[in-house]
Design a protein around this ligand. Structure first.
Ligand code: ZN
Length: 160
């Protein structure tokens, strides 16, 4: 089966900077799953996935515009430390999740005090060119439930 709209894709990835520095990768034996065409995947990566099938391996370079967007100036925000999710203690440079009106977002910690933290609300990968190494593990048709939720369920996908 080829990757097309409303298929659920499981894949391994390694994400590097253009200089070859490792940014993140999927866990060993735990491919990531997404619903092709609706799951809010990085646009440039999703386009490269189209038409591929299980076992395919390929590299794709994604520009900031097709990745996580360009960095915005004036993206500094002051938020209560208790709203930061993902760790107990925070240091500058760490990545936190925060809930916003637009859903959960990642921010970078710039400065942290006892009660308030200054964060950069640009996505940590904003403004970066992304070099992906992809291996497609499997492709299947999405279930009705997955299509109505707009994301993949099961291993590597969303858990409710
Ligand atoms: Zn769901």
């Amino acid at each position: 089966m080829k990757i097309s709209k409303n298929t659920v894709v499981r894949f391994h990835y390694t994400l590097k900077s253009p200089e070859g520095e490792l940014i993140e990768k999927s866990d060993e034996g735990q491919p990531k799953a997404y619903l092709h065409g609706t799951d809010g995947m990085t646009k440039g990566l999703e386009e490269a996935m189209e038409g591929k099938q299980a076992g395919d391996k390929f590299d794709v370079t994604v520009s900031p515009e097709e990745g996580y967007g360009l960095r915005r100036d004036n993206a500094m925000q002051r938020v209560p430390v208790k709203h930061l999710m993902g760790a107990k203690r925070w240091r500058p440079g760490m990545i936190a999740n925060v809930n916003t009106d637009h859903g959960q977002r990642q921010v970078s910690i710039v400065k942290v005090g006892r009660f308030m933290a200054d964060v950069d609300s640009n996505h940590p990968l904003a403004g970066k060119t992304l070099c992906f190494d992809i291996e497609v593990v499997d492709v299947r048709e999405a279930t009705d439930e997955e299509m109505s939720h707009g994301h993949a369920h099961g291993a590597g996908g969303h858990h409710h």
